[in-house]
Design a protein around this ligand. Structure first.
Ligand code: SAM
Ligand code: SF4
Length: 340
C-alpha cells in the first residue's frame, strides 16, 4: 500500500521518528580547505550541470513540506560561495509550511549579508570556528581568514541573530583551543558546540577510531577540569547537541557526539546533497537519486512517494547505516558533499 494513501501530517519512519528537518547542501564548493573536511588539493567539484538548480531545490522542499518538513538548514560546501543565495533564500522564506530557515556557514563571506539574514527572519546561524588563534586557524583551514570570520561573528551578535559556534575537536590540533572557545560563553549569549571529529574528510587523512580519541565524555571531562561542572540543560527534541550551562556563564556549551552517535534515537532529519542525493542518515551511502527523478519527469506525487519510502526504511542508527554501506571507507567522502 502506498504510504501516501493515508493522509499524513508528519511522516514517521519504521522506528517512530518524525520527519521534520531538511539539511540542504546548496553547493559542494568551498573557500576553505578544513583539514577534517577535505584535502588541500585535488578536489573534484561537481560540474555545475550536475548540481541541483535553485528551482529544483525549491520544488523538492515544497514536496517535503507536504511530508512534515518545517525546518530547513542551508549548508554545503560553503553556502555563500554559490551565486544568488539570497534571492533563493527569499523564495524559500516565502514557501508556506516552513517556520525555520537557518544556515551553517564558515563566516568568510557572510558578514555583509547579516542584515539581509535578519530581514529574512533567520533567527540562528551556526558559525564554524575551531580556534581563536590566527596561525592555528590557518593550519586547520589552510586559509588566513580568521579576521573575516570574527567580523561575521560580531555582525551576527549585533544583529541579534542567535549564534551557535561549531568547533570540531581534533586530536593534537586544537585541544588548546577548547577552553578559550568555551570561555566565549562567559560574557556572550552564544552556544559553543564541540563536535567529535568524524572520518568524512574526502581523503584528507586516514581517520580511524584510534586516531579520533576525543569522544564526547573526554571532551566534557577536559572542559570540566577547566570550567567547573557542566550542568545538563534542556535540549530540544531531535537535537544532536547535549547542552550544558556553566555557573556564571551567559551562554551555553554543547557537545555533539557525532562519531559516537548517541543521538540517533531521536533523529528527525533528511539530508539532500548538492547533486540531489538523499541521505536518510549521515553515515549511509545515499540511495535515492532525486535529481534523476526531477529531470526524468516524475510527478510531485511520485517524488513524494519515493521520499516517503526512503525515509520509512531508513537505518535505525548510524552504526547500522555504516554497516549497510558497500564500502566502509568513510574518509573518501567529504563532509562538504554530505552537508554536515
Ligand atoms: N562550510 C560551512 C561550514 O563550515 O560551516 C557548512 C558546511 S560544513 C560541511 C558543516 C559543518 O560540518 C561544519 O560545522 C563543520 O565544522 C562540520 N564538519 C565538517 N567536517 C567534519 C568532520 N570530519 N567531523 C565533524 N564535523 C565536521
Ligand atoms: Fe568548507 Fe565547511 Fe568543509 Fe571547512 S567544513 S572545508 S568551511 S565545507
Amino acid at each position: 500500500m502506498s504510504l501516501l494513501a493515508t493522509p499524513i501530517t508528519t511522516l514517521h519512519d519504521a522506528h517512530g521518528r518524525p520527519l521534520e528537518y531538511l539539511r540542504l547542501a546548496v553547493t559542494d564548493r568551498c573557500n576553505l580547505r578544513c583539514f577534517y573536511c577535505m584535502p588541500e588539493e585535488g578536489i573534484k567539484y561537481l560540474p555545475k550541470s550536475e548540481v541541483l538548480s535553485y528551482e529544483e531545490m525549491l520544488r523538492l522542499v515544497e514536496i517535503m513540506t507536504g511530508l512534515g518538513v518545517h525546518k530547513v538548514r542551508l549548508t554545503g560546501g560553503e553556502p555563500f560561495v554559490r551565486r544568488d543565495l539570497v534571492p533563493f533564500m527569499e523564495r524559500l522564506a516565502a514557501l508556506p509550511g516552513l517556520d525555520d530557515i537557518s544556515l551553517t556557514t564558515n563566516g568568510v563571506l557572510t558578514a555583509p549579508y547579516v542584515p539581509t539574514l535578519a530581514r529574512l527572519g533567520v533567527k540562528a546561524v551556526n558559525l564554524s570556528l575551531d580556534t581563536l588563534d590566527r596561525q592555528r586557524f590557518f593550519e586547520i583551514t589552510r586559509r588566513d581568514e580568521l579576521p573575516a570570520v570574527l567580523r561575521t561573528f560580531h555582525a551576527l551578535l549585533e544583529a541579534g541573530i542567535q549564534v551557535k559556534i561549531n568547533a570540531v575537536v581534533m586530536n593534537e590540533r586544537n585541544i588548546q583551543d577548547l577552553v578559550p572557545l568555551a570561555e566565549l560563553t562567559r560574557d556572550l549569549p552564544v552556544e559553543v558546540r564541540f563536535i567529535e571529529e568524524m572520518p568524512f574528510n574526502g581523503g584528507s587523512h586516514v581517520a580511524t577510531p584510534e586516531s579520533l580519541p576525543w569522544h564526547h565524555r573526554r571532551i566534557r571531562q577536559h572542559l570540566e577540569a577547566h570550567l567547573g561542572p557542566l550542568v545538563p540543560a534542556h535540549t530540544a527534541a531531535g537535537a544532536t547537541a547535549d547542552e550544558y550551562t556553566v555557573a556564571g556563564h551567559r551562554g551555553r556549551v554543547g557537545i555533539i557526539a557525532a562519531y559516537s552517535r548517541t543521538f540517533c534515537g531521536t533523529c528527525n532529519r533528511l539530508r539532500l546533497t548538492a547533486e540531489g542525493g538523499l541521505k536518510t542518515c549521515l553515515y549511509d551511502q545515499g540511495g535515492l537519486d532525486l535529481r534523476a527523478l526531477l529531470r526524468g519527469g516524475t510527478t510531485d506525487e511520485g517524488i513524494a512517494e519515493a521520499l516517503s519510502q526512503a525515509f520509512y526504511h531508513r537505518a535505525a542508527n548510524g552504526f547500522e547505516a555504516e554497516r549497510q554501506r558497500p564500502t566502509h571507507q568513510l574518509n573518501f567522502e567529504s563532509m562538504a558533499t554530505i552537508g554536515g
